[in-house]
Each structure stands twice: as C-alpha cells, then as structure tokens.
Design a protein around this ligand. Structure first.
Ligand code: ACO
Length: 399
C-alpha cells in the first residue's frame, strides 16, 4: 500500500471534488453523523440525551477530553473558566475603534484575533500548558466578547462578568443586564439557551471546523485558528443561515406574499431564492437538532407569553415544503437554523446576534477539533490540489 501523495505523484491522477463532497480530510473520534438516518452523536452519546441531561460545559469537556467529566473534574473546569472571564481593559477599548454599525460577527472575529496579541508568549500549539490555558481563555472570554459585541451594537455599557453565576446565566446577564439594575435570570430561558448551545457544540468537518483545522495545520495558534473559523461561520450558507431565515420570514410577512407563492419562487429558482434553513450537505433526513429546537421553540415562546407570527409562518413553510415533490426529491428538510432564530428573537437577541450565538455554541467543537488535529501525528499542512485550466506557456509581448 502507498500513501495518497505517492499515488498522486506516481499515477498523475488527481480527484476533482468541488466542495469536498466525497473527500475526507481527517480521521476523527469526536462526532458521528449518519445523515440518512438523522443521527448525531458526540463521542458516542446521542445528541438527544446530551441536550436533555447535560450542560454546555460538561459537553465541552466531553468533546475536548473524550469522556464525560467526574463531578470534581467538572467543578474544577467550571471554576477555572470563571476565573478567566475578564478581558484586559485595553481590549475593551478596542471595541470603541470599530464603527457603531459593525456586525457583531465581524466584531467577534476581530476581537478574537486581537485576543491572541495578549498571549503571544503562551501560544505555542505544541506546548501542552499553553494549549490548556488558551482553551480555558477561549471558553471564558469569547462569551464576554460576544456579549460586548451585542452591547456595542445597541450602544449600551459593558458589564463585568458575574463569576458567581453559571456559564449560561452569566452570559444572559452580560447580554441583557443593565448597569446598576438587578438582573433576574428566567430559568426556562436559561435552560433553553443552554440546550441550543449544546446542540451547536460540534458537527464534525463542516466549513468552519475544517477552516479551524486547516489554519491550525499551518502551526497557527488557537486564537488565530478560531478567529478564522468564526469568519467561515459568518456566511449565509453556514452559520449565517439563522439570521437569513429570520430575514426571509420577515420579508414574506411584510410583502404579503403567500407562503405557497414564496415556495413556488424557490422551486423555480427565481433570482436564486432559497428556502433558508432547509437542506444540508450531510443530512438527507430531518436534522435531529432541528427537531429538538422546534420542541424548545414552543416551550420558550409559551413561557415568555410571546405569540410570534413568524413561528406560525415557519411551521406553514415547513409543512408545505415537506409535502412538495421538489423538496422530497432533493431530500431537503429543516436544518438546525430553521427554528433557532425565532427562539433567539423571543429571548430578546437582535437578529444580527444570531450567528454570534451559533459561534459560542460551536466554540468547544472548534477547540476539540483543533486539539485533535494538533495531537495527531498524521496531521500535515492542508494543501489541496487544483486542475489547471489556464493558458499554456506564452511569451510576454516583445520577448
Ligand atoms: N432551498 C431550495 N433549494 C435548495 C435548497 C434550499 N434551501 N438547498 C438545496 N437546494 C437544491 C439545490 O438548488 C439543488 O437543486 P438542483 O439539483 O435542482 O440544482 C439541490 O437542492 C442540491 O443542493 P446543493 O446546493 O447541491 O446541496 P449542497 O449540499 O451543496 O448544499 C446547503 C447544502 C448549502 C446547506 C444548501 O442546502 C443551502 O444552501 N441551504 C440553505 C442555507 C442554509 O440553511 N444553510 C445552513 C446549513 S446548516 C449549517 O450550516 C448549520
């Protein structure tokens, strides 16, 4: 047997695989997906069980270290994260140099890249102590940066983290608390947000995770790799879809167009319009995360006493699409993003924060995948081939 590089060199064969539809870039022991059966497992545990019984930090540990933590391990992990939540005061001023109209995703990626400048002496990807402390820093500080991106976008003062609170409660307070006012956490909202974050924690080699691994394969540190992942997540075909779904629903409502007519336009591919929140590269069945989100959406809206016509619109769209041959033939089902936006909106997050919430959810997965790649002796710098289709050799005029 010979390795792929030798085979390519000796035979001259190169696989052309746009979008890497059939090319594995790595072996991984973290997440298992069976897209035809609609199965998702983290380290072997079904997502349904984790979303119901676990916490964000427990799942983060599971993804990163491979096993569920003991109660003592979890308490120590949680405690260490709480003690790393503060941002350098200079970094807080960095937010002021960005325009007030800045999209919170751009703020998050820029501030994450900027975070690395504070730890340059402790960012060797091959030093286990550096890797460990930066894992803690990322988990502790990115939610604070995310909340500050939110506060900046609405012109409110930044709050200091309250390290007496749990991870999710603290995050809610940083986003919705106001200086000098008591902030009371609604436990139903807190649990629903925790569940949403758990559902997003990993999803094997999606575009942003592959980006994190690719950037990491060059020897870049955790901060730089994850900042690149945030940028990859921003696009509307990936994490940006949750924002795009809400814009799509609002547009249908405001235009007065019927749901049926909108679906017809999607099917006719008029102006390239897509049913955002539908379809997935891997799931050719109902996305198991979307099922859980849909259940939570009803629960949270009812707890908050919100009746959002956009949720009704989403349900109508789903029903029409699932019974339509166009979607059936292409095996297009709701993905995780289809119902999350309605929930985030009910919780009070502005639309532009939705993808930021996805990023905070996905953070433990990015960290786990980056660490797995760094620790794998077979990891090489990622460097795809191309098939050159340009001009043959020719001479510069006059030569
Ligand atoms: N609405 C309408 N048609 C669609 C949709 C959609 N949402 N998704 C796919 N199709 C159609 C395509 O037009 C294509 O039709 P054709 O065979 O007539 O040309 C067929 O289904 C196959 O689609 P591809 O684009 O080849 O599928 P691919 O696996 O490359 O794309 C993707 C997957 C990007 C998720 C796509 O389904 C899409 O754009 N969905 C909308 C955006 C979205 O919700 N993204 C979030 C994904 S989940 C996540 O990142 C968390």
């Amino acid at each position: 047997s010979i390795d792929v590089a030798t085979f390519t060199r000796q035979t001259g064969y190169t696989a052309l695989d746009y979008g890497f539809v059939n090319t594995a870039s790595t072996k991984s022991a973290i997440t298992y997906i069976d897209g035809d059966a609609g199965i998702l497992r983290y380290r072997g545990y079904p997502i349904e069980q984790l979303a119901t019984h676990s916490t964000y930090l427990e799942v983060a540990w599971l993804l990163i270290y491979g096993e569920l933590p003991t109660p003592d391990e979890l308490a120590a992990f949680d405690n260490r994260i709480r003690r790393h939540t503060l941002l350098h005061e200079d970094l807080k001023r960095f937010f002021g140099s960005l325009p007030p109209t800045a999209h919170p995703m751009s703020v998050l990626s820029a501030a994450t890249a900027a975070l690395s400048t504070y730890y340059e002496d402790e960012s060797d990807p091959h030093n286990p102590e550096h890797v460990e402390v930066n894992t803690i820093r990322l988990l502790a500080k990115l939610p604070v940066i995310a909340a500050y991106a939110h506060k900046k976008s609405i012109g409110q003062a930044f709050l200091y983290p309250d390290n007496g609170m749990s991870f999710v409660d603290n995050f809610l307070k940083l986003n919705f608390g106001v200086l000098s006012e008591l902030y009371e956490v609604n436990p139903v909202v807190s649990r629903a947000l925790e569940r949403l974050l758990i559902l997003h924690e990993d999803h094997e080699q999606n575009a942003s995770t592959s980006t994190v691994r690719l950037v990491g394969s060059t020897g870049a540190n955790q901060f730089s790799s994850i900042s690149a992942g945030i940028n990859a997540l921003y696009g509307p075909l990936h994490g940006g879809a949750n924002e795009a779904v809400l814009s799509m629903l609002a547009q249908i409502r405001d235009s007065g167009e019927s749901v049926q007519r909108f679906v017809e336009r999607v099917k006719n591919k008029e102006d390239g319009v897509k049913l955002m929140g539908f379809g997935h590269r891997v799931y050719k069945n109902y996305d198991p995360r979307a099922k859980l989100v849909k259940e939570s959406a009803d629960e949270v809206l009812s707890e908050l006493g919100v009746h959002d016509p956009l949720l009704d619109l989403a349900k109508d769209l789903e029903e029409i699409a699932l019974n339509d041959d166009y979607f059936k033939e292409r095996r297009l089902y709701p993905n995780v993003d289809f119902y999350t936006g309605v929930m985030y909106k009910a919780m009070g997050f502005p639309t532009r924060m939705f993808t930021v919430l996805f990023a905070i959810g996905r953070l433990p997965g990015w960290i786990a995948q980056w660490r797995e790649a760094i620790g794998d002796p077979q990891t090489k710098i990622g460097r795809p081939q191309q098939l050159y289709i340009g001009s043959p050799e020719r001479n510069y005029p006059g030569v």
